[in-house]
Design a protein around this ligand. Structure first.
Ligand code: NAD
Length: 462
């Protein structure tokens, strides 16, 4: 089915996406580049609408919207555009002696039609970043954005419908039921970003068709602050990473795990930076993101009576605003430590011995991110090499996600698979292994009945 040929753009059905893929257009390099260019043009044309929708759904400031959503996407598209030719080239591999005369190589083949299901916290970035990979790898795409950010969802639908052939890239809006109906269909790849609980259900549904999945999930990501950390810098970078987007970031530090000797000093500095970044009255700060809805607001409010309040704690339910809040004297048994917080509340646990802290973190599910603050290299290595987690930083927070050369994803309960940059292209490509045999000669020893066969095979395959 060629672009614009013989069907009504508005009478969409997933068979169109499959038929369009089968037509073969998406296998072409120039076609893919054209779609990536269209994606950039779409973002530029609708930039002010995107900023407006993000502000209406989440009170996101223009700075945060640009830095963490739109700007990120421009960079990602550019990288794919610049490297796509090289990534698409079949990759030659070495032959063993037994394959003399033949050539072996890997073809990066698009899976077909990909389903992308996205969450609400970075609703533009997390919807479109996987799509960049899906399109650059030559797939057709169906995107189901989150219903909890309705202005962004409607805008995604509108701008994508106005830019792309719906058989190539289509948005289906809706909530849980819509998502479940889509998952009942047979897609060739499923890329899901969201909670662990829903991730399990997505994988269960995918298993019916043995559809490969990427699951970008969440969890409780610790920030360990050791006694030799540069405390002022640590406090500044923790406040930045935790309270960006009001803590509604999958890789935000979920809790602090601080050495007893430096806790008082660190907490004082964190208080200082909260004031510097968000003012004395954060609830009045128009640039502070709101909580996505009342249900999440009430869930978070229940944590506020855990431990000892160090700073923050004030809330505005009507406007869904919650102050950056620091809670000390928290133990593993407290409610706030039972699930991912996903809001502007930062609980503080204390340790005396770094090995004890490592053991306690190892007892939890593998986190999506981990941050270690401390100067000594052997301790940095001890933490990052003995604990399993998706990815992280030493002496900073969040930064690893913004390097397109680092695959981003979780491990264990925090996810399966990864993306960004080349990892996105690889994620949406099947690696097809090929051997091209020569017809110029044929070794007889591999065939039954060859006298020399066993002797030669033992020599070659030793
Ligand atoms: P969610 O799991 O509730 O929803 C995600 C998407 O799944 C939405 O589009 C939703 O409509 C859909 N959905 C809901 N119930 C479903 C069901 N039963 N079957 C199929 N689809 C269903 O997650 P959320 O609240 O939108 O996002 C917050 C979670 O996402 C947090 O846990 C956070 O850590 C995680 N997250 C992870 C990443 C990452 O990159 N690893 C990024 C952002 C958010």
């Amino acid at each position: 089915m060629k672009e614009g040929a013989g069907y009504d753009r508005h009478q969409w059905n997933s068979c169109y996406a499959k038929a369009y893929f089968q037509e073969g257009l998406t296998r072409d390099y120039k076609f893919r580049i054209k779609q990536l260019n269209l994606l950039t043009k779409m973002l530029k044309d609708y930039e002010s609408d995107i900023l407006d929708a993000l502000h209406r759904d989440l009170n996101k400031s223009e700075y945060e919207a640009y830095a963490t959503e739109i700007g990120f996407l421009y960079g990602e598209i550019d990288l794919h555009r610049n490297r796509l030719k090289e990534w698409m080239e079949p990759a030659k591999v070495k032959n063993p002696l037994s394959h003399k005369g033949s050539k072996s190589y890997i073809i990066k083949e698009p899976y077909g039609t990909a389903l992308v299901i996205s969450p609400w916290n970075y609703p533009i970035n997390l919807a479109l970043a996987p799509v960049i990979g899906a399109i650059s790898a030559g797939n057709t795409v169906v995107l189901k954005p989150s219903e909890l950010t309705p202005n962004v969802s409607a805008l995604l639908n509108k701008m994508i419908a106005n830019t792309f052939d719906p058989a190539l890239f289509k948005v289906i809006e809706g909530g849980k039921e819509t998502s479940e109906e889509l998952l009942d269909q047979h897609f060739d790849y499923i890329f899901f970003t969201g909670s662990v609980q829903v991730g399990k259900s997505v994988m269960e549904k995918a298993s019916r068709h043995l559809t490969p999945v990427t699951l970008e999930l969440g969890g409780k990501s610790p920030a360990i602050i050791h006694k030799d950390a540069k405390l002022d810098l640590a406090a500044k970078r923790i406040v930045w990473g935790k309270f960006m987007n009001a803590g509604q970031t999958c890789i935000a530090p979920d809790y602090l795990y601080v050495h007893r000797d430096v806790k008082t000093k660190l907490l004082a500095k964190i208080k200082k930076y909260i004031k510097i970044f968000y003012g004395r009255q954060p609830l009045e700060n128009n640039h502070f993101t709101k909580i996505v809805n009342k249900q999440h607001f009430d869930r978070l409010s229940n944590y506020l009576n855990n431990g000892t309040l160090i700073t923050g704690g004030n809330t505005d339910r009507e406007n869904l605003k919650m102050e950056p809040t620091l809670l000390d004297n928290i133990g593993w048994q407290d409610e706030v430590m039972k699930e991912e917080i996903f809001g502007p509340i930062l609980p503080v646990l204390t340790y005396i011995d770094l090995n004890e802290a490592i053991d306690n973190i190892r007892d939890q599910e593998k986190p999506l991110a981990l941050y270690y603050f401390g100067e000594k290299e052997h301790e940095q290595r001890l933490v990052t090499e003995t604990l399993s987690f998706g990815g992280g930083c030493i002496n900073d927070t969040l930064l690893h996600i913004a390097n397109p050369n680092l695959p981003f994803g979780g491990v264990g309960m925090s996810g399966i698979g990864s993306y960004h940059g080349k990892a996105s292209f690889d994620t949406f490509s099947h690696a097809k292994s090929m051997t091209k045999q020569t017809t110029k000669f044929d070794y007889g020893f591999r065939y039954p009945g060859s006298k020399l066969g066993l002797k030669l095979i033992k020599k070659i395959m030793k």
